[in-house]
Design a protein around this ligand. Structure first.
Ligand code: ADP
Ligand code: MG
Length: 424
C-alpha cells in the first residue's frame, strides 16, 4: 500500500506543515490512513496526525471527513461533547502523491484494548455506566444537534481520554519530543560500507529507545496489563468519521461493522440515527460481559447474514412479520410468513437470562441492565429510544444521589465548567 495513491511512508522525526508538526511514532492505521503521534511545535503539545492515502477516492473521503469534523468542532467550542476534536488540516506532498492530513487531539487506548486488558471478563457496571454516558453524550450531540450518523460505532472507534498530558507531564508519561530524524536511515537504501552499518545501528538504537517509551504513552491502560482497572478515570470519545454521513445525505447502503450492524441494514429497509443506537447497545453488552454479543458465521446452506438474523431472534424474539418482509433484501432470508428460509429451529435465550446464566450477573443487575438495553434492540428502528432518552433512563442515573448534581459521573460537564471559569 506504500505506492502511488497509497499510504505516505513516515519516519520518526519527519516534519509536516512547514515544520509545525514532527512525527513521533505510529499510533494506528485503518483502511485509508495511518495515524501518527506528532509533536506540535507551536502549541508544545502532542497531537494525532491522520495521513490519508493520496488516490482521488481516498482524498475525496478525507475532505468529507474534514467537513464533518469541522462542523463537530465548530458546534462544540468547549470540547465537552465526547467527540474527537479537529485542530487543523492541510495537504502533504510526498513521493506517493498529495495526502490530506488531519490534526486531531491526541487520545489514549481504545475500548477494544480496555476489553482485552480486562481479559475479556465482566466489567463492573458502574464503569460500564460511565463509558455509556460518554458515548450517549456524543451520540446525542451528533444526532440531535448536528444531524450526523456515525455508521461505524464499535469499541475500536471509541478512545479513552488520556489522564496524563505528556506535554505537561513528561516524567510520568516517559516521553520527550523527538524534534528531528534520528541520525542515519534504518529504512533506507542498501548498506554499502561499515560506516553506514554503524549509522544504521545507531539509528536502530535510537528508534528502539523511542519505541520503549511507547508503552507508557496514552497514559490510560499502559504499561502493566495485569493492573486492575480501579482508579482509572474512564472518559472516552468517539473517533473515525471516515464513514459518517449527514442523515439527509446518505451515500452507502451497507454500513457498520458486521457485529454491530442493525437488522434494517441487513434487510436494506432504510436506516437513520437509530442504527447507531443499535451499535451502542451491542457495545454496552460487550463492555459488561467482555464478549461480543453477536458473532455470526456462515455455514452449510446459510449465509452470515442469515445466521446474524437468527442470532438476533434467539436473543430478542421473533421479528414481526411486517418488518421481516419489508426490506429490499428480505426475500433472500425470509419466506412470506416471516420465517427464516434456511435456519428453522431457534433457541430462545433472552438477554436477562443470558446475563445471569452465562455471565453470572445477579438477578437484579441483569434485570435492570436489560430493561435499559432491550428497547434499544427493538426490530422497529423508529421505536428505539434516542440518545437523549437513554441519558434520562433510571439505569443511567443509578448511584447518583437524587439531590446532588451528578458531578462525578459527568466529568465532561465539570471540565467545561472549569474552562468557563478559567475564561472568566
Ligand atoms: P481509519 O479511518 O483509516 O480507520 P481511524 O480514524 O479509525 O482511521 O484511525 C486509525 C487508528 O488510529 C485508530 O484505530 C486508533 O488506534 C488511532 N487513532 C485515531 N485517532 C486517534 C487519536 N485522536 N488519538 C490517538 N489515536 C488515534
Ligand atoms: Mg477506523
Amino acid at each position: 500500500s506504500y505506492r502511488k495513491g497509497g499510504y505516505h511512508a513516515v519516519r520518526i522525526g519527519d516534519p509536516f506543515a512547514a515544520g509545525r508538526y514532527v512525527a513521533q511514532r505510529k499510533l494506528g492505521w485503518g483502511q485509508f490512513s495511518t495515524v501518527w503521534l506528532s509533536y506540535d511545535t507551536r502549541s508544545a503539545n502532542y497531537v494525532a496526525l491522520k495521513i490519508q492515502k493520496s488516490a482521488a477516492q481516498f482524498a475525496q473521503a478525507a475532505l468529507h471527513e474534514i467537513e464533518l469534523l469541522s462542523a463537530i468542532a465548530n458546534g462544540d467550542p468547549s470540547n465537552s461533547k465526547c467527540v474527537v476534536h479537529l485542530i487543523d488540516h492541510f495537504k502533504h506532498t510526498g513521493p506517493n502523491g498529495q495526502h490530506p492530513c488531519m490534526v486531531l487531539e491526541f487520545l489514549g487506548d481504545s475500548l477494544l484494548r480496555l476489553i482485552k486488558y480486562n481479559r475479556y471478563r465482566v466489567l463492573d457496571l458502574s464503569k460500564v455506566r460511565k463509558i455509556c454516558r460518554c458515548i450517549l453524550t456524543a451520540l446525542d450531540y451528533l444526532h440531535r444537534e448536528l444531524g450526523i450518523i456515525h455508521t461505524d460505532l464499535k469499541p475500536e472507534n471509541i478512545l479513552l481520554v488520556s489522564t496524563i498530558n505528556p506535554a505537561k507531564d513528561p516524567v510520568r508519561s516517559g516521553l520527550s519530543p523527538v524534534l528531528e530524524r534520528p541520525e542515519g536511515n534504518p529504512n533506507g537504501a542498501v548498506t554499502v560500507n561499515i560506516n553506514e552499518i554503524k549509522l544504521k545501528r545507531k539509528a536502530k538504537r535510537a528508534l528502539a529507545k523511542i519505541a520503549s517509551r511507547r508503552d507508557s504513552m496514552g497514559g490510560v491502560l499502559s504499561p502493566k496489563p495485569e493492573k486492575s482497572l480501579d482508579g482509572i478515570n474512564l472518559r472516552c470519545k468517539i473517533v473515525d468519521f471516515g464513514n459518517a454521513c449527514w442523515a439527509d445525505k446518505q451515500f452507502a447502503e451497507e454500513i457498520q461493522t458486521r457485529q454491530y450492524r442493525a437488522p434494517e441494514v441487513i434487510l436494506q429497509s432504510g436506516y437513520s440515527y437509530s442504527a447507531d443506537m443499535w451499535s451502542f447497545a451491542c457495545i454496552a453488552v460487550e463492555l459488561a460481559t467482555g464478549e461480543m454479543l453477536f458473532t455470526p458465521k456462515g455455514g452449510q446452506g446459510f449465509s452470515e447474514d442469515e445466521d446474524h438474523l437468527a442470532l438476533m431472534m434467539e436473543l430478542l424474539g421473533k421479528m414481526p412479520r411486517k418488518i421481516a418482509i419489508g426490506g429490499t433484501r428480505s426475500k433472500d432470508y425470509f419466506d412470506r410468513h416471516g420465517d427464516l428460509k434456511r435456519i428453522r429451529r431457534l433457541k430462545f435465550w433472552p438477554l436477562d437470562r443470558l446475563l445471569v446464566e452465562k455471565y453470572k450477573f445477579s438477578e437484579s443487575d441483569a434485570c435492570e441492565f436489560s430493561e435499559f438495553l432491550c428497547p434499544l434492540f427493538d426490530f422497529a428502528p423508529e421505536k428505539r429510544p434516542t440518545a437523549q432518552q437513554c441519558l434520562q433512563h433510571p439505569w443511567m442515573n443509578q448511584g447518583n444521589s437524587p439531590h446532588k448534581e451528578p458531578v462525578e459521573e459527568n466529568l465532561d460537564v465539570g471540565m467545561s465548567n472549569l474552562q468557563i471559569k478559567a475564561a472568566k
